[in-house]
Every structure is written in structure tokens, then in C-alpha cells.
Design a protein around this ligand. Structure first.
Ligand SMILES: Nc1nc2c(ncn2[C@@H]2O[C@H](COP(=O)(O)OP(=O)(O)O)[C@@H](O)[C@H]2O)c(=O)[nH]1
Ligand SMILES: Nc1ncnc2c1ncn2[C@@H]1O[C@H](COP(=O)(O)OP(=O)(O)O)[C@@H](O)[C@H]1O
Length: 207
């Protein structure tokens, strides 16, 4: 009997503007072995965003229907728009033995924790709130009102950090990526993930 390790579900969250998207993109370009789940959202596409690449863009009705049909692993309303993770892709990819990363806000992360307590929860933190605001403004995608809403939400999100397994400060993108890679690697070596493999050695091929 051969042991097939299931993929690891990695949840990366943290306040808007902290650099989740930037860090995920950097991990991708490094070739880090993580599959990226594409979320569904009712937010309008920003310039340059492509349907099916950055998000699956849906109407509120379509989104509500996905909730009713239980197609979402988790979902949350965030600053006036809905965001959710399609269940099928995540389950299928984990079953194939590949790691999946979800880049989601904090309410959604807490829902994932209830359904997948064995997932790895990483909170990406800004060096400080001034720097966070600077990054949101610097990105230039939000109006002044929305920047203030995102900062208010950010402060309450920081208080939920205690629900995570690890905090990674995004002071520099490459350093944050190094830390995330190290955490994922260590998680793969945890005894509770591998005990089944090593307690069934006698049944393994060639024995
Ligand atoms: N709960 C949940 N949050 C999501 C999902 N996809 C994206 N988000 C989060 O929704 C928030 C707003 O996303 P977006 O409007 O793209 O802004 P940005 O991530 O700050 O550039 C961010 O914190 C995202 O991480 C999802 O599927 N579920
Ligand atoms: N470590 C960092 N140092 C400086 N700026 C950063 C860093 N990480 C991300 N940024 C910048 O901050 C802004 C917000 O990053 P983004 O990835 O869109 O955040 P999020 O996905 O968490 O909302 C972007 O302009 C990005 O270039």
C-alpha cells in the first residue's frame, strides 16, 4: 500500500494593502509549488484585471446562487462587495496531493478554519499602520472614502491575528516569501501529517 500525502491548504490573509497579492505573485514567479485558487467576486474589474485570471467576476445574483448551491468553501462581504472561494477546485487540487494557497480576508479565513482546522493559517502583517496606508494610497486603486473604509477594517482585522498559526511581516517582499516558504516546508514535516506514512512502513513496496 503506498502512502499518498494530501496537499496542504495554506490560507494567507491580512489587511487590504499589506501586500498579499504582491507576495503571492512573487512566490509564483519563484516557482514555489503552490496552486492559486481564483476567487469569485461581485467587485467590478480594475483596469487590467481579467475574468478567470484575477477573479471570476459575477453579479450579485450569480454570487447568491453560488452560495445557495453550496459552491463556495467560504465567502465574505468586504467594503461593499462579496468575495468567495470555489470549493471544487480546492478539494480536487488537495486530493491530487498539491498544495493550495488562498489569498483571502480575515472573516473568510475564520470560516476556512472551522471547515479545515488542519489548514495552515498565515497572517501577513504590515510593519505599521502608517506604512499600510501609504501602500493603499500608493497603489492608487481606491478613492479617499474607500481608503478610510479599508483602514478602519484593517484595524479590526489586526485584532484577529491570534487565530492564525504564524505572522509574517511584509517589510520586504523577498523576505516575506522566504518566511512563507520556510513555514510551508516545516508544515510538511509535521509528525501528525506524516505519522501514517511511517507507521505503515511494513506494508510499503519491497517489504
Ligand atoms: N473571504 C474572501 N476574501 C477574499 C477572496 N478573494 C479575495 N479576498 C479578499 O478581499 C479583499 C479585497 O480584495 P480586492 O478588492 O481584490 O482588493 P485587494 O486585495 O486589496 O487588492 C482582500 O483582502 C482579498 O484578500 C475570497 O475568495 N474570499
Ligand atoms: N514589502 C513591500 N514594501 C513596499 N511596498 C509593498 C510591499 N508589498 C507590497 N507593496 C505595495 O503595496 C501595495 C499594496 O499591495 P497589494 O499586493 O496590492 O496588497 P493586498 O493584495 O494585500 O491588498 C502595492 O502598491 C504594492 O506594490
Amino acid at each position: 500500500m503506498s502512502f499518498k500525502e494530501k496537499g496542504l491548504l495554506v490560507v494567507l490573509s491580512g489587511p487590504s494593502g499589506v501586500g498579499k497579492g504582491t507576495v503571492c505573485k512573487a512566490l509564483r514567479s519563484r516557482g514555489t509549488q503552490l496552486q492559486y485558487s481564483i476567487s469569485v467576486t461581485t467587485r467590478k474589474p480594475r483596469e487590467g484585471e481579467i475574468d478567470g485570471v484575477h477573479y471570476f467576476f459575477k453579479t450579485r445574483d450569480q454570487f447568491q446562487q453560488m452560495i445557495r448551491q453550496e459552491k463556495l468553501l467560504e465567502w465574505a462581504e468586504y467594503v461593499g462587495n462579496c468575495y468567495g472561494t470555489p470549493t471544487d477546485y480546492v478539494r480536487k487540487t488537495l486530493d491530487e496531493g498539491q498544495d493550495v494557497i488562498l489569498e483571502i480576508e480575515v472573516q473568510g479565513a475564520l470560516q476556512v478554519k472551522r471547515r479545515f482546522p488542519e489548514a495552515l493559517f498565515i497572517f501577513l502583517a504590515p510593519p505599521n499602520l502608517m506604512e499600510l496606508k501609504k501602500r493603499i494610497i500608493g497603489r492608487g486603486t481606491e478613492t479617499a472614502d474607500l481608503i478610510e473604509s479599508r483602514m478602519t477594517v484593517a484595524k479590526s482585522e489586526m485584532e484577529l491575528m491570534q487565530n492564525y498559526n504564524y505572522v509574517v511581516e511584509n517589510d520586504q517582499v523577498e523576505k516575506a516569501c522566504d518566511r512563507i516558504e520556510a513555514i510551508v516546508l516545516a508544515e510538511h514535516c509535521r509528525v501528525d501529517r506524516l505519522i501514517e506514512k511511517y507507521t505503515n512502513l511494513e506494508g510499503a513496496d519491497g517489504q
